[in-house]
Design a protein around this ligand. Structure first.
Ligand code: KIV
Length: 279
């Protein structure tokens, strides 16, 4: 039985913090779930950390569907939330079609949409149609060219707008909201005012939960954003292991008999006799 949006709501009520993590493929999903992650985000950050794009904007719905399907196939218990990519939810018909594909073709339990304003009525329509929607406020990467990669809503007016946006998304039926790169005091204030969980990233300790990017917490790249902590140095471990592999191949230490299959000398002789007869 997978984690449900009601389970996340109950975690907020109990004051139990929600540890969400991105997952983009089968092994990361299985490992994260075994480690106790209750909710996996197939974020469109995969465009940057997996596919090497500079932003999330080139990510397509086909790409999201392929990655999300791998994540749901490899997990059994986690709620899987999938980002709808840039401009796939610009109006209600597009949003319904995009969310429909994600829910039908991947087996995910929810979608995530960035922003408020124009997006609120789309959230309302999707939730009315039975699609669980997670909101995303603060730094919204799909608007990076407009807002810049920096902490958002530091000023009084922008902070007030963010609180209003969060309340509007909640009223539209969102089951949770990601708060990315917003001042900790503001995120804590939003969290107090909402009945739905807030999930922070670069938003301090006052949210109901946290979401981080797989590659950032595992040290898969030489640098990680300030809001991340490297809980492991998996990149260095992979590099050392691959380097050992290269050396073992070059030194003829690998593969050994244990990695190889045998045949009888008679069978080999028969094959070679057949081979020379053909010549
Ligand atoms: O795409 C993503 O991984 C995200 C998280 C950073 C919240 O949206």
């Amino acid at each position: 039985m997978r984690t449900t949006i009601a389970d996340l709501s109950a975690m907020k009520t109990r004051g139990e913090r929600i540890a969400m993590l991105t997952a983009y493929d089968a092994p990361s999903a299985a490992l994260a779930e075994r480690a106790g992650v209750p909710a996996l985000l197939v974020g469109d950050s995969l465009g940057m950390v997996v596919h090497g794009f500079e932003t999330t904007l080139p990510v397509t719905l086909d790409l999201m569907v392929a990655h999300a399907a791998a994540v749901t196939r490899a997990s059994e218990k986690a709620l899987v939330v999938v980002d709808l990519p840039f401009l796939t939810y610009a109006d209600i018909p597009s949003a319904v079609a995009a969310a429909g594909r994600v829910m039908r073709e991947t087996g995910a339990g929810a979608v995530k949409l960035e922003g408020a304003g124009e997006i609120v009525h789309i959230v309302e329509r999707l939730t009315a149609l039975g699609v669980p929607v997670m909101g995303h406020l603060g730094y919204t990467p799909q608007s990076t060219h407009q807002i810049g990669l920096k902490v958002q809503a530091r000023g009084g007016e922008a902070a007030r707008r963010l609180i209003e946006d969060a309340l509007a998304l909640q009223a539209a039926g969102a089951f949770a909201i990601v708060l990315e790169l917003v001042p900790a005091a503001l995120a804590a204030e939003v969290t107090k005012r909402l009945s739905i969980p807030t999930i922070g990233i670069g938003a301090g300790i006052g949210c109901d939960g946290e979401v981080q990017v797989w590659h950032d917490i595992l040290g898969l790249y030489p640098t990680a954003p300030r809001h991340a902590r490297r809980f492991g140095e998996v990149g260095a471990a992979i590099e050392a292991a691959v380097s050992d592999y290269v050396k073992a191949v070059q030194a003829r230490e690998f593969p050994t008999d244990a990695n190889s299959s045998k045949m009888t000398p008679e069978a080999l002789a028969e094959a070679l006799a057949f081979d020379s007869a053909a010549e």
